[in-house]
Structure formats: C-alpha cells, structure tokens
Design a protein around this ligand. Structure first.
Ligand code: SF4
Length: 339
C-alpha cells in the first residue's frame, strides 16, 4: 500500500478525482500533513468520515523510526530504522544562515567509489519517496525547528533512484508541502549522465553537485567505476546542458586524496576542463576511515591546489568540516546499527 508521505500533490489530486471526490481535498490533506503536522488521518476534521476511511484503506502513514542520534559540533547524525529493519543515516548541520540536512537516497550504494565508506555496503534497495520525506519530518519534530536546505548526498546515488528522487523534490519544493525553495535543494551525483539530462528538464531549477574527484579519465576510472561507463567528456557535456537549461551554477566536488589527485598538474588539468563554465569547485579534505587505504592531503597541498585553481580563474572553496568525530562527514555514513 502506498504511503501518504510519498505522494505528490498532483498525484493526490488524481487519486481524489478517481474516487469521485473534488481535487481540492488533496490540498486539505497536504495542509494537515505539512502545515498542521497532524499525521493521523482520523484527525483530518474537515474531511468527511467516509473519505477518511477510504484514505486509510488506500494509504499507510507508517513512519521511519529514529534508532540513534549523535550530537557534535553543530551537527546531529540520525540513524533511522526502516520498516524492513534496514538502516540509513541523515545528518543535520547548523550554519549561520540556517539549518541544512543531508539525506540518504538508498540503502547501500552500488557505485563502488573506492574512497567512499558509504559505498562499502552494496545497495540493498532504493528508498521510497516517503522514506526521504520522513527523514526531514522526523528530524524537524525531534529538533523542533525548520530545515532550510536539503542536500541529497547521504548514502546512495540519488540518480540511481531517479523517480523517487524527483517525487521527493516535488513534495519538499511544493508551496503547500515542505516549502523548500529550489535554490535550497541540491542533488549530488557521481555522474549518471542520462539522468543528469533528465534532471535538467523537471521544471524545478535545483542545484547540481557532481562528485568529480579526478581530472583525467585514467585516474577517475580508477577511483570511480562509473567513469568507465560515462567518461569525463560525456559528463561535461551533460553539465553544460544542465547549466544552459537551468541557468544555475554547478558544484564540482573534489575530495583531496594525498598523492593521488592533489598535485599542481591535477589542478591545472581540472581548471582546463572547466574554463569559462559557471561552476565552482569545492575541495573536500578527505575523511580517513579505518577500512580504506587513502590519506587526507596535507594543508599545504590543499592550499597549493586551491591557489592554482584560483590563478586559473576557477571559483573554488575549501569545504568547512562538520561532524568528523561522529563520522557524519562526507563519505562516512554507513547506515549500520552497530557503529
Ligand atoms: S561516493 Fe556516493 S556514489 Fe560513490 S560509492 Fe559513495 S555513496 Fe555511492
């Protein structure tokens, strides 16, 4: 049975029409769920009982459970238990400008990026739309605050779960849903090229972040198997299309791996690839884990890489770090109960 938190307003309108009701009932349901935060269908008092009964018959309102919460330096990490006893994580970060959340999109991930802790767990399944919406609702309730921006960058490759991601974006962006502006929604992908083209055309100009991490096909294919299927050239064409269609800026994520991808020549090659494009590069100091062989680049190497990109005319930042001591940083989410 579908879950009410996974239904876009358009689809809910179609549902009501299909049962012979007026479509404005969808708006009433959305107001209960997302404005009043009333999740019990019996309490939808402006909807008559027989329609409420029908709704209860056709939809569940089951909720994911908070299994564990860890708190450190302006960060909270949540471990959620799903209905089938799988686990996923979400991370909340408190910035000067608001509160952001990094949500997971799959249980595990099949992309196999070699430096990534999250990808060590093979994909078990896609998250359903409602399981992503509920990560936000559960955390807003627990912390008693409003999330201002959403990054789909937790466990999983979002574009490998495309339909659910698009529905999720529609629900959180809906003015009667979670009201999160398109500028405050970011999808991060390792480079599933055909889906990037599709995402350009959903009519909601969200931000795109690309996990790029290497300036040549040779190195990128070693670090990220996806590159053997979609080369750097194909990826850059898709990024150009996204920029043209959405007029948004694209972020190029680049994790700094000591003596792997962090030389001055690497920086020059990266700059050459993106010259003149409306992108900015986000350099991410690597978070070392016990299981993987990579080391974090030194501060000096990161600074030299940064300076080279700047000199080449590329917009670049070094990511501010959050949550390292609770393994809440990029690429460290696991979704395991024991850790
Ligand atoms: S970096 Fe992202 S796409 Fe790559 S394995 Fe990790 S979670 Fe999957």
């Amino acid at each position: 049975m579908p879950n009410l938190f996974g239904i876009t307003r358009d689809d809910l309108e179609k549902y009501f029409l299909s049962i012979g009701e007026k479509k404005y009932k969808a708006l009433q349901v959305y107001e209960w769920l997302y404005e009043q935060r009333v999740f019990n269908i019996d309490e939808f008092s402006n909807i008559k009982k027989e329609v409420r009964d029908k709704l209860k018959n056709d939809f569940t309102t089951d909720f994911i459970q908070i299994e564990k919460k860890q708190v450190a330096d302006l960060t909270e990490k949540y471990l959620f238990r799903l209905h089938d006893n799988e686990f996923i994580e979400a991370v909340v970060m408190h910035h000067d400008y608001g509160v952001s959340i990094c949500v997971s999109s799959q249980v595990g991930c099949n992309m196999g990026c070699r430096f990534c802790e999250s990808g060590r767990l093979k994909k078990v399944r896609n998250l359903d739309t409602y399981e992503m919406v509920e990560q936000i609702l559960a955390i807003e309730k627990d912390l008693g605050l409003k999330i201002n921006s959403v990054v789909i960058m937790g466990i999983g490759e979002p574009l490998d779960n495309y339909d659910n991601i698009v529905n999720f974006i529609k629900i959180i962006n809906d003015a009667k849903g979670l009201k999160i502006g398109a500028r405050h929604i970011t999808v991060s992908t390792c480079g599933l090229v055909p889906k990037i083209y599709d995402l350009s055309h959903i009519g909601i100009p969200i931000n795109l972040a690309i996990s790029f991490h290497a300036p040549t096909d040779e190195l990128r294919s070693k670090l990220m198997p996806v590159n053997k299927v979609y080369s750097i050239d194909a990826l850059i064409k898709a990024i150009r299309d996204f920029l043209q269609v959405t007029s948004r800026r694209v972020t190029i994520e680049y994790v700094m791996l000591n003596n792997v991808n962090d030389s001055i020549d690497d920086a020059k090659e990266l700059a050459h690839l993106f010259k003149g494009m409306n992108i900015y590069v986000n350099l991410i100091p690597y978070n070392e884990t016990n299981h993987l062989e990579f080391k974090r680049s030194s501060k000096n190497r990161i600074k030299a890489f940064y300076d080279t990109l700047k000199k080449e005319g590329i917009n670049v930042t070094i990511r501010k770090e959050f949550g390292r001591n609770i393994d809440a940083a990029c690429g460290q989410l696991r979704g395991r109960r024991s850790e």
